[in-house]
Design a protein around this ligand. Structure first.
Ligand code: GLN
Length: 485
């Protein structure tokens, strides 16, 4: 039953072939048995899950079930969950039990989903390999010597290993799409403002966006229907009615105009990945699309601009963790300054401290214009570049990441090379656009994702393209033997 999609599980629950309690217990048992090899969960919430499942079964018996009622999922440990430890992968929050639910969690609970547990992640979502977590690295289920990607590495690995039918993730510069690509699952980063950020621990507020991580595009659409919508508690939430994300799934791709940025296909791209992407694009052409080369001339500027803007916002967001109000506090502080210094020095890991230092420097009086303002100007140029492209094409396609999964430890001491794993994803966040990563093949036994980038609010169309691609291919059905038999 663990290889079934949300849509299939929903049908089984509806027909009575399966109860939510049985389904939930099955996944809890799988997590207990298999997760020690992956470390994809920081905590499991067995009691809560079974209590929610019981209620879901009662709702269904009473005839008031929706499509997701009774379906177990996992939440990235960046979403506050009431009464449950919420760590953001950091020692700083190792003792934090959230007193409330994030809007995303509240909405998914209201849709009837069951919380299996909280998934491992790079500390405060800073990373591309899940190696910066205080709770240890996550392993890629396709090869446990390799990273699953990050920062939503736990969510991607647990869905790929079928320890959860779906999971939530967040994407600030690629953290849904890149791990989805490296683990062979489907991930959607929505248009900025589509999903409330309330109760989602902030990294870089102008870039952070939650989204679903699933087996299929159809499942992502179901999750989006539950997760999205205006929330007055988030001032950047978009005040317009959310669409039905399933509404365009079955449309034809006849006449679809696809742009391939030439900057995405030059040196730096692994040749195995390139081959997979070229084949996938041929498959999309067979479905009726036409393809043309385009240029996104600001591509090389995205990573440098991001590594000024994201750390600047992070240095401000993370100033609340001071050892006074909540979170980690050092032992026996000598005075207030010692309390701040040691609480933050001991509570934050190395990568988080690096970002805080870079951000504080970029925002400091003498350097603000030279770095922060300049980066904001580049951000505008990047957005203009996309606007220009979308005047000509409906969707932009290319690789999600320049390589498949890399070995654990391979890039851990080389931040620049790690930062470059987001070279194709980061510009999308800077421009606030929606994008997906969809399983498209394998190189050297590891999955490769095809990225599809759309214009603002084009999620139903992106889901349509991904769904049609998944009707014509079966990459999304491939599972890692060791975990899915
Ligand atoms: N890997 C990028 C970073 O380290 C993006 C992370 C994310 O999207 N949360 O900042």
């Amino acid at each position: 039953m663990h290889n079934k999609t949300l849509v299939e599980l929903s049908q089984q629950l509806a027909s009575g072939a399966l109860s939510s309690v049985e389904l939930t217990q099955h996944f809890l048992d799988r997590i207990k048995l298999l997760d020690p090899q992956l470390n994809s969960f920081i905590s499991t919430t067995d009691e809560l899950a079974l209590a929610q499942a019981k209620i879901a079964d009662e709702l269904r018996a009473a005839g008031s079930a929706g499509p997701l009622t009774g379906i177990p999922i996992a939440h990235k440990d960046i979403f506050c969950t009431k009464g449950v430890k919420t760590t953001a992968g950091s020692k700083m929050l190792d003792n934090f039990i959230s007193p409330y639910d994030a809007t995303v969690v509240e909405k998914l609970n209201a849709a009837g989903t069951i919380t299996l547990g909280k998934t491992n992640m790079d500390e405060f979502a800073m990373g591309s390999s899940n190696e910066t977590s205080f709770y240890g690295a996550v392993k890629n289920p396709w090869n446990t010597d390799y990273v699953p990607g990050g920062s939503s590495g736990g969510s991607a690995a647990c869905v790929a290993a079928r320890l959860a039918p779906a999971a939530t993730g967040t994407d600030t510069g690629g953290s849904i799409r890149q791990p989805a690509s490296l683990c062979g699952i489907t991930g959607l980063k929505p248009t900025y403002g589509s999903i409330s950020r309330w109760g989602m621990i902030a990294f870089a507020s102008s870039l952070d966006q939650a989204g679903p991580m699933t087996q299929t595009a159809e499942d992502a659409a179901l999750m989006m229907n539950a997760m999205s919508g205006f929330d007055s508690k988030d001032s950047t939430s978009i005040n317009k009615e959310a669409p039905d994300y399933t509404s365009e799934l079955n449309n034809s791709l006849e006449g679809l105009k696809v742009g391939l940025p030439k900057e995405f296909f030059k040196e730096g791209l692994d040749s195995g990945v390139q081959q997979v992407i070229e084949t996938a694009i041929k498959d999309i052409e067979k479905l009726g699309a036409t393809v043309k080369e385009i240029s996104l001339s600001t591509t090389d500027l995205a990573v440098p601009a991001y590594y000024v803007i994201a750390p600047a916002e992070a240095s401000s967001n993370l100033s609340r963790f001071d050892g006074v109000r909540y979170g980690y506090r050092c032992d026996n502080p000598a005075n207030l300054e010692d309390l701040y210094k040691r609480s933050r020095g001991e509570g934050f890991g190395e990568e988080v401290q690096r970002r805080i230092l870079i951000g504080a420097y970029a925002l400091s009086a003498g350097f603000y214009d030279a770095y922060y303002i300049k980066a904001q100007k580049i951000r505008r140029l990047i957005k203009n570049d996309f606007d220009k492209a979308f005047a000509d094409v409906d969707v932009i396609m290319g690789p999600t990441a320049p390589s498949a999964g890399f070995a654990l430890g391979e890039k851990a001491d080389d931040p620049i090379s790690m930062y470059l794993s987001d070279i194709y994803t980061i510009a999308v966040n800077l421009a606030g656009l929606p994008a997906m990563s969809v399983p498209a093949g394998f190189t050297a036994g590891l999955p490769v994702g095809l990225q599809m980038i759309g214009s603002h609010f084009s999620e139903p169309r992106l889901l349509n393209i991904a769904h049609q691609f998944q009707q014509a291919t079966d990459w999304h059905k491939k599972t890692p033997d060791a975990f899915t038999k």
